[in-house]
Write a protein that binds this ligand. Sequence first.
Ligand SMILES: *Cc1c(COP(=O)(O)O)cnc(C)c1O
Length: 360
Amino acid sequence: MYDRVYNFSAGPAMMSVPVLEEIRDEMLNYRGSGMCVMEMSHRSKVFQQIADEAEADLRKLMGIPDNYKVLFIQGGATLQFSMIPMNLMKNGKAVYIESGAWSKKAIAEAKKVGEVIVAASSKDRNYAYVPDCSDLDIPEDTDYVYICENETIHGTTYPKLPNTKGHILVADQSSMFLSKPVNVSDYGMIYAGVQKNVGPAGMVIAIIREDLIRDDLTDLPIYMQYSAHAQNGSMYNTPNCWAIYCCGKVFKYLLSIGGLSEMHRRNVEKAKVLYDFLDSSKLFSGTVDKDCRSLMNVPFVTGSEEMDAKVVAATKAAGFDNLKGHRSVGGLRASIYNAMPKEGVEALVTLLREFEANNK
Ligand SMILES: *Cc1c(COP(=O)(O)O)cnc(C)c1O
C-alpha cells in the first residue's frame, strides 16, 4: 500500500508499519496538544507523560527490577564505549571479550581510560564465532566484564553468557535489544543504541544497576556522568524527545503482540527460513559457526567476490535494500530485526533460490 521496500539494513533499520502509522496520525497534533512531539518542550506535562510511559512500558517488557535505572542518553552506543570505563572503572581495570568489530571499538576506547585485559578473542577466524567464556582468567580486582552480545557485522551472538566469576557483566545489546527475553539481573548494565531494533537513531538506552552509579566523579565532564542523567530523569539537558516518543510506541507495540517471548518466537521462526535455505544451498553458505548464529544479522557468501556482487545486484533489482555485506566480511548480510516481517525473509529466500538455479 505504501510501496515500501524490504530493508535489510544493519541500521538504521526498518520500523513496524503500525508504529509508523500511529506516529503519522499524531504528527500534526499530538492528542490535542496542538503540536507535534518534535515541537514540544521536554519540560511540558504532556512530554513528561510520554517519557514516563516509555520507561514504564520498557520496564514491563523486560521485567527490569526496581534497583535498575533506565536512562535515555544521546551520543549513540558509541559514547557508551567511553562512558562505561569512565564511570565503572573503580580500580582502573576491566576484562573485555573481543568478539568482533564493535567489541574492538569498545576496547580501544576503554584503553584510553584504564587497563584492559582481553581475556578471550575470536580474531583467529575473523570473528566467525564467540570465544569460550566458561573459564576466563579474571583478576580479582577487575571492575567489570564487557561483551558485545550480538556482533552486528560478523553475525554472532552469545549462546550463553560468560562466567564472570562474580564480577559485573556489561553488555552492548544494540543489535539484539528487545529481540528476546533477558534476565536483567544477570547484568550490571545493558545498553543499546536504538536505531537497530527499536526506533530512530541518536539515542542509547542504558539499563544500569543503581549501586554502580557513582556521584563522586565530579571531575568527569558532566554529560559523561551517569549520575547526572539518573538524578535528572534523563533530562539533565534536552533529551532526544522524538526518539523517546518513537521508542515508546515500539514498546507498546511489543507489549500488544505478547511481549518479548512472542517476539523471540517470531524471530526464531523468521531466521530459520534463511538459515535453513543457506544450509541446503550449494551456492550460498553462512559465515558463522552454527551454535552462535545471530537471529538478527545473517552474513553469507558464495565463495566468489564476483558472484557476491552479482547477487547483491539481483537483490537490488528485485527491490530489496542494503544486502551488501560489510567490507570486513564480504558477501551479503541480511539484517532481520524485529520489524522485518517473515514475508520479507521468505521473499529474499525465493529470490536467492532462483538465483542459484539460474547460476549453476
Ligand atoms: C551500531 C552499533 C553500535 C554503534 O551505534 P551508534 O549509535 O552508531 O553509536 C555499537 N554497538 C553495536 C553492537 C552496534 O550494532
